[in-house]
Design a protein around this ligand. Structure first.
Ligand code: CA
Length: 229
């Protein structure tokens, strides 16, 4: 089965690249558009879903959505909105958008929305393993469950996201900055030590001896690494 094609229409290059990176990493095929005209062109050529920034140069995101619906194209649309004033119009979905995400957003959240919209619309979503096992630890991504020795461990959403990011990159040292970007979102401008605090909490819940961690290793002066399976 071919990977679903997503049009990413966003004029801010940094946001566009980040969204593309996350979608591609999750197995989607991506077409980039930096303005409304390009977005329309790509969407008309056939796409499985369109991510549309509302504030696009040329034809704005609202206009693009309206044009596509006028043409009776039922391609799912997820709007990216930056201003509070936009939200009312978006929330009513008067434009026929399927979902929306407010900036700043975490790329992870956006990808999750994309998957949900594709699922609802009957479109294909790329398959990926959702059960990760590391010794005594089991992470069920689809069910959002974590077990140690078969016993459920309750994690807060951020702890779960952090664990998933680390476990998905087992054996690779991840810097605090990268973890902040991936787990907290690229617009998070907090202290990198936030990562340390969350790792500490995570260890208490998943490590046999949190003082001698076997699962999440500290890379001094850099960040963390999940043990190889
Ligand atoms: Ca914009």
């Amino acid at each position: 089965m071919a990977a679903p094609t997503i049009v990413v229409a966003e004029d801010d290059g940094a946001i566009r690249d980040l969204v593309i990176h996350h979608l591609e990493r999750d197995g989607f095929s991506v077409v980039a558009a930096a303005d409304g005209h390009a977005a329309l062109r790509h969407a008309r050529r056939g796409a499985d879903l369109v991510i549309l920034d509302v504030g696009l140069p040329g034809v704005d995101g609202f206009e693009v959505a309206r044009a596509l619906r006028r043409e009776d194209r039922d391609v799912p649309i997820v709007l990216l909105t930056a201003r509070v004033e936009e939200i009312d119009r978006v929330v009513g979905f008067e434009l026929g958008a399927d979902d929306y995400v407010c900036k700043p957003f975490s790329p992870r959240e956006l990808v999750a929305r994309v998957r949900a919209v594709l699922r609802r619309s009957g479109g294909a979503s790329p398959r990926r393993p959702t059960l990760l096992r590391f010794g005594r630890l089991e992470i069920d991504e689809a069910a959002r469950e974590v077990r140690v020795d078969g016993i459920d461990v309750r994690l807060k959403p951020r702890e779960f996201a952090l664990l998933l990011e680390l476990a998905s990159n087992a054996g690779i040292a991840l810097s605090r900055e990268r973890l902040l970007e991936r787990v907290w979102g690229f617009d998070f401008d907090g202290d990198p030590r936030t990562v340390d605090v969350h790792v500490r909490r995570l260890r208490v819940k998943i490590e046999e001896g949190p003082r001698l961690p076997q699962v999440v290793h500290t890379i001094h002066g850099f960040g963390y690494k999940f043990a190889r399976a």
